[in-house]
Design a protein around this ligand. Structure first.
Ligand code: 5GP
Ligand code: MG
Length: 216
């Protein structure tokens, strides 16, 4: 199925206020949350991805390598939909810089715990945006003698790409929007939402730009 942007245009205003990062100067900005993909949309697409991915890994005891924290919900659902023997591990990546956008300087805040030599590794990402994170991760993994390294991302924002990043399986390709929910955050909020929503500025005025965070 060709990835596409769908979802109801249900918009919630008023009680959805997000903390704008900024320490003592933090203020509360009114935000709207528009559903981009419903729980049913996500469930359907995760099943399709699992059906596409399963034949490549059945009998190979793959290592699903989740990128913390955003991919946790997706990994949990994908692993159950794959329904084959596997192992799970996680990395946590951090980027140097001003914290408002992923930079070219990415490092491990937590490295892989399982040995990768000879393993079939499936990297599980929430979103590929500029591509810096994925480029760093896959080029690092390439030196560790894995039998194979493939990448599945729930969301891809191709228009934002600054760095080439190979993706083997994509849930949905989306335009340049800032999304939250289903594990993805804005300043650590909204991860618990069961669906994927677009975080937008003041819904009354329709004006304020949503700032990007370094959140993963
Ligand atoms: P990169 O720019 O290096 O490709 O992406 C870095 C990470 O920033 C992504 O894996 C994701 O965790 C986070 N990110 C990028 N775009 C968004 C977004 O729209 N919403 C949220 N919550 N996180 C994002
Ligand atoms: Mg991520």
């Amino acid at each position: 199925m060709a990835p596409r942007v769908t979802g109801s245009s249900r918009r919630e205003c008023g009680e959805n206020h997000a903390l704008v990062p900024g320490g003592a100067a933090a203020r509360v900005a009114p935000m709207s949350l528009r559903v981009l993909y419903s729980e049913a949309d996500i469930r359907r697409r995760v099943r399709e991805l699992a059906d596409e991915i399963r034949p490549l890994y059945a009998g190979r005891n793959p290592l699903l390598l989740g990128v913390l924290k955003g991919s946790v919900f997706f990994l949990a659902d994908l692993a159950r939909a794959l329904a084959i023997p596997m192992e799970v591990d996680f990395v946590r990546l951090a980027s140097y810089g001003d914290g408002t956008e992923s930079t070219g300087f990415v490092r491990f805040a937590h490295d892989v715990e399982r040995p990768l030599r000879g393993r079939h590794v499936l990297v599980v990402e929430d979103i590929v945006d500029t591509g810096h994170t994925l480029h760093f991760l896959t080029s690092t993994l390439a030196t560790r003698q894995a039998a194979s390294v493939r990448v599945v991302t729930l969301l891809d924002k191709p228009a934002r790409r600054q760095r080439e990043a190979t993706i083997h399986f994509t849930g949905f390709a989306i335009p340049d929007l800032f999304v939250v929910g289903y594990g993805m955050d804005f300043a650590e909020a909204y991860r618990h939402l069961p669906d994927i929503r677009v975080l937008e500025g003041d819904c009354a005025a329709g004006g304020e730009e949503t700032s990007r965070t370094g959140a993963r």
